[in-house]
Ligand binder design. Structure first.
Ligand SMILES: [Zn+2]
Length: 282
């Protein structure tokens, strides 16, 4: 394990061909994960199994063959149409596959060139963010399957910390308990004061899940960035879709906040400390 950390933090010193190979692998791996996420996004909120039956065309029931299931390539080869009934297949499938591939590549690069501690947990958190954001955006729910799995996975990933396994686990556990407790209190108080749901339970569990991977600073940033993004973009989204008022679906905005933290969290923290120490001296 120690060799992997040394290799992944050696970034610029690695041969160019090695970087290209491993970058291509990271992108293809991400696209394959994206293909699986398409299945999860459709089936999990509907209570269906993600293992069986195999995927089929929702219009004619045609079973999707292996060659029709290759991420990105199959959708392009079929020109976005079912091979049997020729009905259009939503471009959402190729978009999710491409976005997941690009995000995995960026995540890999951010560790490889950023000389940061390799955090395996982020490779687990990334697909969960995409699923939570998509299901909340489309259906207004964040299924417990993602958040409960994420909390357990986040706690277990703490043991992969190369330097302080037990401390990392205890810190992750502490973060989950504090975040879950405080957010649950906010949700209950919000409901008492406003007589309607101010913060959904799905959002509470989502934030507890994020804290298992990022700790308290990551959750605070997620709430701040997510709230700002919601305030800025929610009226814009309503206007684009021609709606007057609609309950804010917080999930996609929170996921965007978490994503920024994953890629730029340590940089933002450094900037914050520099700002604080600078203003302290002044
Ligand atoms: Zn069809």
């Amino acid at each position: 394990m120690q060799q992997i950390y040394t290799l992944l933090s050696s970034g610029m010193d690695a041969p160019f061909a090695f970087i290209v190979c491993i970058s291509v692998f990271a992108f293809i791996f991400g696209c394959c994960i994206g293909s699986f996420l398409n299945v999860c996004i459709w089936r999990i909120p509907r209570g269906e199994s993600i293992v069986s039956p195999p995927s089929r065309c929702p219009k004619c029931g045609h079973w999707i063959t292996a060659w029709e299931n290759i991420p990105i390539i199959s959708w392009l080869a079929l020109k976005g149409k079912c091979s049997s009934c020729k009905e259009p297949i939503s471009p959402r499938y190729i978009i999710i596959e491409a976005i997941t591939g690009i995000l995995y590549l960026l995540l890999f690069w951010s560790f490889f060139f950023g000389h940061r501690v390799f955090l395996p947990g982020y490779f687990v958190l990334l697909p969960l963010l995409i699923c939570c954001a998509m299901n909340d955006c489309e259906l207004g729910i964040i299924p417990d399957e993602y958040t409960y799995f994420g909390i357990i996975a986040g706690l277990l990933c703490a043991f992969l910390d190369p330097y302080a396994k037990l401390t990392a686990f205890l810190y992750a556990l502490f973060s989950v308990m504090v975040t879950g407790g405080v957010m649950a209190l906010f949700a209950m108080l919000g409901k008492m004061i406003f007589k309607r749901e101010a913060l959904g339970w799905g959002d509470v569990k989502y934030l507890a899940m994020v804290s298992a991977f990022t700790g308290i600073p990551g959750v605070l940033f997620t709430i701040l960035a997510g709230s700002l993004a919601g305030l800025l973009f929610h009226p814009l989204v309503n206007r684009l879709k021609g709606r007057k008022s609609r309950t804010l679906r917080f999930g996609p905005y929170l996921a965007a906040g978490t994503l920024i933290w994953m890629f730029a969290g340590s940089f933002l923290l450094r900037m914050y400390w520099q700002f604080c120490s600078g203003s302290g001296k002044g």
